[in-house]
Design a protein around this ligand. Structure first.
Ligand SMILES: Cc1ncc(COP(=O)(O)O)c(C=O)c1O
Length: 362
């Protein structure tokens, strides 16, 4: 168990781990940061962070970028030529939530595959690989993975098999590892062990690791040099950005080991929710910091009403993204164990009110 900091965050916010504020140690590090112009490679703090990131995942080089989206898109651009296609899960962030950046920026199309429990089928991947044997066939430029994938930690065995496919057909593999440390924590493996199966990866400092801004993209020296030019092209060449990188260093040094405790609290939440008869918890999707659950009874699924009811109790939630009624509650550094009970009590009180309403309407 870790000592969770008090925060200026005003509510119990389980919408995402992106809502986390910097820790006290991050504020101190930001205040004291050695800075310089990073476009001239002169920001010592950024240089230190990039070195640390590359070593952490066992790659030659790393680059600090403002967001995970920019990091992923830069790497798609760096790996692919215009007119190619990338193989990717239909519900992966790069395909679904990056404003069609692959098409707009890299000029590639996404060849999206269905996923089951977060995994693309290996045979589907192999069947989808295309070479330019005919004039009209787009060539596969990249295979994209995501881990953790909507809260699930995908196995290293699977990643190794995708790597083998990449090697067999000479196609690079990219990992959107926005939350790769959550996955590594769940799999009890090191980031290096995961990093060995891909040619490039992106990890976020600003999610469960609490830094205010920033992601790291990692790969070979040659790839990252190309990525650096592409970052400039997109307007992401930053100047005295050591102020922010300083928080990223603390994120790597101090916050990765704390993720295990987020996972512990997520499990407590899942178990407490499962004791409510009206609630169904998706335990099979629980391996990191995300708890998926739904109301069993259709009549309770007045979701906007539910969201407002929790908001009155100072609990912020997102509505389900798709009409499947599964809520996603995300645990992070600023959710304390005792707040789990407040969340559970608020849900129980909504259920009691709904049952009264349903009873009255009969
Ligand atoms: C899996 C995944 N990849 C990439 C991103 C993009 O990160 P950012 O919000 O920093 O652009 C997110 C954001 O939530 C994400 O969940």
């Amino acid at each position: 168990m870790i000592n969770r900091e008090e925060t200026k965050m005003k509510s119990i916010d389980v919408r995402s781990d992106t809502v986390t504020h910097p820790t006290k140690r991050m504020y101190e590090a930001m205040f004291n940061a050695q800075i310089g112009d990073d476009v001239y490679y002169e920001d010592d703090t950024v240089n230190k962070l990039e070195k640390m990131a590359a070593e952490l995942v066992g790659m030659e080089a790393a680059l600090f970028v403002p967001t995970g989206t920019m990091g992923n898109q830069i790497l798609v651009m760096a790996h692919c030529q215009r007119g190619q296609e990338i193989i990717i899960g239909i519900d992966h962030h790069v395909a679904e939530d990056e404003v069609a950046g692959c098409a707009v920026l890299a000029g590639v199309q996404t060849r999206t595959l269905p996923t089951k429990d977060g995994y693309m089928d290996l045979q589907d991947i192999e069947n989808s690989i295309r070479k330019d044997i005919y004039d009209w066939i787009p060539e596969t430029g990249l295979i994209c993975l995501e881990n953790s994938m909507q809260g699930r930690a995908l196995s290293l065995e699977y990643m190794a098999k995708v790597r083998e496919l990449g090697n067999k057909y000479k196609i690079p593999v990219h990992l959107d590892g926005a939350r790769m440390f959550n996955a590594c924590t769940a799999l009890k493996c090191s980031p290096r062990e995961m990093g060995q199966y891909v040619d490039s990866l992106n990890f976020c400092l600003s999610k469960g690791l609490c830094a205010p801004i920033g992601s790291m993209i990692c790969g070979s020296k040659k790839l990252i040099q190309k990525a650096r030019r592409l970052r400039k092209l997109l307007g992401g060449g930053m100047r005295q950005v050591g102020i922010i990188a300083a928080a990223g260093i603390i994120a790597i040094q101090e916050m990765i080991p704390q993720l295990e405790d987020d996972h512990r609290i997520a499990r407590i939440l899942a178990e407490e929710l499962s004791l409510i008869p009206e609630v169904d918890v998706k335990f099979e999707a629980l391996s990191t910091n995300m708890v998926f659950w739904q109301f069993r009874d259709q009549k309770m699924r007045n979701l906007v009403n539910f969201q407002q009811c929790l908001a009155k109790k100072n609990i912020k939630i997102n509505l389900p993204w798709e009409p499947k009624y599964w809520f996603r509650f995300v645990i992070h550094h600023y959710i304390r164990e005792e707040q789990v009970q407040q969340i559970v009590d608020a849900i129980k009180s909504y259920i009691a009110q709904s049952e009264d309403r349903i009873q009255a309407s009969l």
